[in-house]
Design a protein around this ligand. Structure first.
Ligand SMILES: Nc1nc2c(ncn2[C@@H]2O[C@H](COP(=O)(O)OP(=O)(O)OP(=O)(O)O)[C@@H](O)[C@H]2O)c(=O)[nH]1
Ligand SMILES: [Mg+2]
Length: 546
């Protein structure tokens, strides 16, 4: 492909340039001396830089014309970046004034992850005087990005280039694994822009848990402190470029933003960064997609994902595929999303209708159950607080619980027997999280509808979590949004086995109304059981007798 500044060039020159295109030449080196000479003379004649992008088979894939000081590399559509690999293209271009590699050359090398960038320095006669080559370094502790090859004689090159690149890629892989624990796939950088350090640490800690729950290998977390996020890129462009370059170097597959991205931000960042990017909402959606088992759950997640993607599909550009695929191809998937917006709209409508039907049926079932007049206690709380573990221990059940965010997506109900032939139904619910994406909130509100039928809520809190107070707040906020704030509630501090006695004493003083348990240890349950019994049955008795 011939591209760049070909304006006003003589037809004969254009012909000569076009002749270079797709040409395969024989060499063990970066460029053969003959080709270097031809390029130099031509470049001198038109007084513009000429660049060649050459693949690993020594075939010229792009011929680019610049001005007399620089050259602009077009989008390399046919040569996508594969995490952990180099581009498979090297740039060899002319410098007219005998000047060495420039900062722009190095930026191109790093941002495009080229195999190498060489400058042929042309002398007065229009012949190659020298060649300078920069190449990328394997991951290293010092964070060095590139190095300059130690040879400059065009006519006496010694480095066998294909060997050199083969060894370099091998070393990249080895160092990524040994120095930075890069896995085969699903490696991620977590990034964000925050108002202060404390907020950064808190948010990134939670994002890390979310990432882990989504099956990602978190390689590094990087943040920037700013009072206002960059409207275009969230982070400053310099910072973002540095992150991208390091991500390329380590072979990272995803950059996850803690800040939610507007469709236009997502697009702008994707134009700059050739790795999949995701925001917190997408990450949560992805976990939900991974975890949804019931038919209803799956439909709901798909609906939420499609709603989230809709505004991001307006421009059909290359970065699209990087925006749409979920982790490891989960979610609506790239091929499915090639269908146009209209069909997605239809799908959204279809899913909405289907879900309405399902909800209706469930509503009927729910009503049947309430008629039975068995009191219901619902467990709510921040994700990973230990809700499912508690219901399991209380009722001797075996519902899936795990040290993952959103282990539970489907509500389940169990019977719990009390003395005197009394029993209650106890239900588990999906965990809450701060700033739950709107579409998901809508989707899962209906699963939370059971809460309206509850006689009592158990608000389970992970007392060992540093942010437990904020988590209580977040849960209360969501309960308020659901109009459940005035429901009779027991605050249940869980995981007391993970804190020391001193701290436990303090918390008990702070929250005299609460009960303190370890869901893993039934011996700690009595105060909780007493309280549930009292609130459900004693109160009922009172009502009955008054
Ligand atoms: N040490 C300790 N770990 C606990 C306790 N209770 C629960 N866990 C652990 O905490 C993790 C989360 O427990 P889950 O019961 O899945 O939490 P959940 O609230 O249902 O979480 P989601 O369904 O994801 O919202 C699991 O690894 C449990 O083993 C406890 O009292 N002590
Ligand atoms: Mg659970």
């Amino acid at each position: 492909m011939l591209s760049g500044n070909t304006k006003d060039l003589k037809q004969s020159i254009i012909k000569k340039l076009e002749k270079l295109n797709r040409k395969k030449f024989k060499t063990d080196f970066i460029i053969s001396p003959e080709l270097a000479k031809r390029l130099s003379l031509l470049s001198k004649e038109i007084n513009r830089q000429i660049g060649l992008l050459i693949d690993r088979y020594n075939e010229i894939q792009y011929v680019i014309v610049g001005d007399n000081k620089s050259i602009f590399i077009p989008e390399l559509k046919r040569f996508r970046l594969v995490p952990g690999k180099l581009r498979g293209l090297r740039l060899v271009h002319t410098h007219l004034y005998n000047e060495g590699l420039t900062e722009d050359d190095i930026t191109d090398l790093a941002m495009l992850r080229l195999d190498a960038v060489s400058a042929i320095l042309i002398n007065q006669e229009g012949l190659p005087a020298k060649i300078e080559t920069a190449f990328l370094l394997p991951p290293n502790r010092e964070n060095n990005i590139y190095n300059i090859l130690d040879e400059t004689d065009v006519y006496n090159q010694k480095t066998n280039f294909s060997e050199f690149i083969k060894n370099l890629e091998k070393e990249i892989e080895e160092k990524s694994i040994s120095l930075f624990q890069i896995k085969k796939e699903n490696n991620a950088f977590l990034v964000g822009c925050f108002k202060n350090k404390e907020e950064a640490k808190e948010s990134l800690l939670e994002l890390k848990e979310l990432a882990r729950s989504a099956g990602l290998n978190v390689v590094d977390t990087i943040y920037q402190i700013k009072q206002k996020v960059d409207p275009k890129y969230i982070l400053g462009i310099g910072k973002l470029k540095n992150i991208a370059i390091r991500a390329y170097q380590l072979g990272v597959d995803y950059i996850i933003f803690d800040n939610n991205l507007t469709p236009s931000q997502a697009r702008e960042i994707s134009k700059l960064v050739e790795i999949k990017i995701m925001d917190r909402t997408q990450l949560i959606l992805d976990i939900f997609a991974k975890r949804a088992h019931s038919n209803e759950g799956k439909l709901k997640v798909e609906l939420a994902q499609l709603k989230y993607l809709m505004p991001r599909l307006s421009v059909k550009d290359d970065s699209l595929s990087r925006l749409t695929g979920g982790i490891g191809g989960r979610g609506p998937g790239e091929t499915k999303l090639e269908i146009d917006r209209r069909r997605i709209k239809d799908k959204i409508a279809f899913l909405t209708r289907k879900l309405k039907q399902i909800e209706k049926t469930r509503d009927i079932q729910r009503k049947k159950r309430t008629k039975r007049d068995i009191p219901t206690v619902s467990i709510v709380g921040y994700t990973n607080a230990g809700k499912t573990t508690l219901i399991n221990s209380l009722t001797n059940s075996n519902i899936y619980a795990d040290n993952l965010m959103f282990a539970t997506l489907d509500t389940s109900s169990k019977r719990l027997r009390f003395p005197e032939e009394k029993e209650i139904i106890i239900t588990d619910t999906v965990g809450f999280i701060r700033d739950l994406p709107e579409d998901l909130k809508d989707a899962f509100k209906s699963t939370l509808e059971e809460l309206y039928d509850a006689d009592l809520l158990l608000h389970v809190v992970d007392i060992s979590n540093k942010n437990y107070e904020k988590q209580i707040e977040s849960v209360n906020k969501i309960l308020e949004e659901l109009n459940l704030k005035d429901m009779d509630t027991i605050l249940v501090f869980n995981k007391i086995d993970l804190i020391d006695d001193e701290t436990l004493k303090e918390r008990k003083k702070e929250y005299p109304e609460a009960v303190f348990i370890s869901a893993l240890n039934r011996k700690t349950f009595q105060p909780l059981l007493d309280k549930i019994f009292y609130k459900i049955f004693k109160k009922k008795l009172k009502h009955a007798s008054s």
